[in-house]
Write a protein that binds this ligand. Structure first.
Ligand code: GRF
Length: 217
């Protein structure tokens, strides 16, 4: 099985989505993990798996611009086919997006365009939503505003707390993200077109797993 599709992962925290990508890595190879947080749990997961890591923290750089330039340099030097944000808690600079046009994706714990930003589970409960979930989307210069690639839904139970709902969503994140990345690596999701296009196999695969794709246009 070919795994010469190169992925760089950016993360800031525990790294459970990164772990799910690692466990599913048959059609792609995670070649580098970059974190802006030296204490991110995802770094230990990468090291245990033999994946090179780099910490590029704000504190170690004189300015935010210098840190962002270093993140770009470290990512570009790994020559990725795709950059995957897996819990990366920093806004991506425009020059980073220019370096990797339509090749940076993120997972967000809500059904975008609903609940961009933080505290998505508590906000979904407060809003009385009966359905919630997660979205994999292209990254653009806004916060969680890029084109949606795929979504997975969960029901909201009447007695849910942000924690119980978040745990239910996270299970679906761990299924959705590896499926999307695998399907991109196999060429069944084409990010380069606007809008993103899906092969018949991708549409069938999504349907079988209960994932939502944008309607074909
Ligand atoms: C996930 O909820 C993801 O949707 C959001 O950040 C969180 C990262 O969690 N973007 P983890 O580090 O992957 O466990």
């Amino acid at each position: 099985m070919s795994n010469d599709f190169r992925i760089v992962v950016l993360l800031s925290g525990r790294g459970s989505n990164f772990k799910s990508l690692l466990e599913a890595a048959q059609h792609y190879k995670i070649v580098r993990v970059i974190s802006n947080n030296a204490d991110a749990g995802g770094l230990a997961i990468a090291t245990d798996a033999g994946i090179p890591t780099r910490v590029v923290s704000r504190q170690a750089h004189p300015t935010l611009a210098a840190q962002k330039a270093e993140i770009l340099r470290v990512a570009a030097s790994a020559a990725p086919d795709l950059v995957v944000l897996a819990g990366f808690m920093q806004i991506i600079a425009p020059d980073f997006l220019a370096e990797f046009p339509r090749r940076v994706i993120n997972i967000h714990p809500a059904l975008l365009p609903k609940f961009a930003g933080l505290d998505t589970h508590a906000r979904a409960i407060s809003a009385g939503e009966t359905e919630h979930g997660c979205t994999v989307h292209l990254v653009d210069s806004g916060i969680d505003t890029g084109e949606t690639i795929a979504q997975a839904t969960v029901p909201v139970a009447p007695d849910d707390t942000a924690e119980t709902l978040g745990a239910r969503v996270l299970v679906r994140e761990h299924a959705l993200f590896p499926w999307v990345v695998t399907t991109i690596a196999r060429g069944d999701i084409a990010l380069g077109t606007t809008p993103v296009t899906f092969s018949a196999a991708a549409r069938e695969g999504a349907k079988a797993r209960g994932f939502r794709l944008p309607p074909s246009r």
